[in-house]
Design a protein around this ligand. Structure first.
Ligand code: ADP
Length: 505
């Protein structure tokens, strides 16, 4: 068995083809071949299989070697193409070689055939490898270019005298990259102070061989942008300047600093409020305590005026105590330090206790209190004191914002799936549509005129909302201005993972 060779023979004479094949076999080849003698047949042969070599007669009745060569070239192949001809002049042979034929052999000198084929196969192999290497280089260059393009920086190669030798634009810096600024000097493009910096840092880079980093500002289209430039040595007497737009980063830094300052101020405010509230509570407790002693007349009678003064002291100081408690809660919420003490709450008992607490107040306002408690809702898991606080706040508001002539306030409690639903409805003054969104904000009293008249801190609903959410619940309000309001909150019957207000913010 010889060396396998796939040979396409372009030859009209079958006899000549047989001679060729015999020569190939004698030279140690084992040819797989096809003989064609028309362009169509050759095109078909090229199409349907892979060939190692093409051997063509120069002229045939319906075809010729130059035509066959063109056909091969057109099909994008680069196979060794050898002419084997009986009669071919020197000049024709030279022209054929110029056109791309690799060699020509006279039919009477077929002994050359196999050595020529071997040489051409070897050369074709080298050509193929060379092409592959070229393709690989092109691919790698394309990859590098893509990588470079993906970098959001603009790059300049700058000579010692600040001439731009090369550049890569950055999409977001297009105003700095006119197409024609190659070979321009920096001072033709940039303001004097930036050029001064560039000149200085170019010198420093070349002198020290170390990367130089500096920032500069440019006013573009009425906007002040900030850039960071890195200068690195990139050759004899030239630097590579990598320029990045850091405007957004700078703005974010400023914002972060402002936020830090705000957070610090807010923390300081909370700490101050907490300390002051705490310090106020101690003397206030004794004011209330001693006033109560006076009111109870344990140490002597009071005249009518004194009694009324003591009553005023008690009302004022209780109000103050309430306010201080609210402020303390608020600071705890803001600091994320408010935590719940989860217990099993006997719902009907707690609701009745709470209603009892506001009975007197309701009577003063001519408000009838009603309660509808679902017997199925007997126990829920939650913070008992905080539940009372929420309910008291809603009930107090419902009474406080009742109409002058009085009205009704209804407390409803029922089971809603795995939640307990509490509602406080009133037939009071109601809330304007526009004000509904503000209700739960700290220190928000929606109708300042009216609220002054009603009194309050504007903290109750904000605290209630936080407390409800801390339980894993939610609170909503429905109201019709002039007709009344309903505040509804839902708490999980079984406590969810304990949370603190930190996670609610
Ligand atoms: P405060 O009652 O101390 O003013 P809240 O946070 O409890 O503070 O309430 C905020 C505001 O919401 C009140 O000032 C009032 O304007 C409005 N509001 C609350 N509850 C009612 C209600 N039941 N009817 C009408 N307005 C209400």
């Amino acid at each position: 068995m010889g060396i396998s060779l796939r040979v396409l023979i372009v030859e009209d004479s079958e006899d000549d083809a047989i001679l060729l094949l015999r020569e190939l076999r004698r030279g140690g080849c084992d040819p797989i071949f096809e003989r064609v003698d028309t362009p169509a047949a050759m095109a078909n042969a090229l199409d349907k299989r892979t060939w190692d070599i093409i051997i063509a007669d120069y002229s045939m009745p319906n075809f010729s070697a130059p035509e066959a060569l063109k056909l091969m070239q057109k099909s994008g192949l680069d196979l060794p193409f050898i002419i084997v001809s009986g009669k071919i002049g020197e000049d024709i042979a030279v022209a054929a070689m110029k056109a791309g034929v690799h060699d020509y052999i006279m039919k009477n000198n077929l002994a050359r055939l196999v050595p020529v084929i071997n040489r051409e196969l070897q050369e074709a192999k080298v050509r193929r490898e060379h092409k592959q290497a070229e393709r690989a280089l092109q691919e790698s260059e394309a990859k590098n270019r893509a990588l470079l393009d993906a970098i959001p920086d603009m790059m300049f190669r700058i000579s010692k005298d600040c001439t731009i030798l090369d550049f890569k634009a950055a999409k977001n810096l297009d105003s700095l990259a006119p197409d024609d600024f190659l070979n321009m000097k920096l001072n033709e493009l940039l303001p004097a102070e930036v050029v001064q910096q560039a000149v200085y840092f170019t010198g420093q880079t070349l002198q020290t061989g170390e990367t130089q980093i500096f920032e500069f500002q440019l006013e573009e289209k009425g906007k002040l942008n900030v850039y960071e430039a890195r200068f690195v040595v990139s050759g004899q007497d030239e630097v590579l300047a990598i320029v990045r737009d850091i405007t957004e980063r700078k703005q974010a830094e400023i914002l972060r600093l402002e936020n830090e300052q705000l957070a610090y101020a807010s923390k300081a405010k909370s700490e101050f409020l907490a300390t002051v509230s705490h310090e106020l509570r101690t003397p206030l407790t004794s004011i209330i305590g001693f006033s109560l002693l006076l009111k109870e007349k344990k140490h002597g009678e009071l005249n009518e005026k004194q009694e009324s003064y003591v009553e005023n002291i008690l009302i004022g100081s209780s109000h103050l105590l309430h306010l201080i408690s609210d402020i303390l809660d608020t600071t705890k919420i803001e600091a994320g330090k408010l935590e719940l003490t989860i217990v099993k709450i006997p719902v009907p008992e707690v609701l009745n206790e709470t209603i009892n607490l506001i009975k007197e107040n309701a009577e003063t306002h001519n408000v009838i209190l009603k309660s509808e408690i679902d017997p199925q809702l007997d126990v829920i898991e939650g913070d008992q004191q905080r539940l009372k606080q929420i309910l008291l706040n809603l009930l107090n508001n419902a009474v406080k914002f009742s109409k002058k002539e009085g009205g009704t306030v209804t407390l409803t409690a029922k089971k809603e799936g795995d939640m307990a639903q509490f509602s406080v409805s009133d037939s009071g003054i109601g809330i304007r549509e526009d004000d509904m969104g503000k209700l739960f904000n700290m220190f928000q009293q929606v109708d300042t005129g009216n609220t002054r008249q009603y009194g309050g801190t504007g903290l109750g609903l904000a605290i209630s909302k936080q407390l409800v959410e801390l339980h894993g619940g939610r609170i909503i309000v429905e109201s019709e201005y002039g007709k009344g309001s309903t505040f509804t909150f839902l708490l999980p019957i079984e406590a969810i993972q304990p949370t603190s207000t930190e996670t609610l913010k």
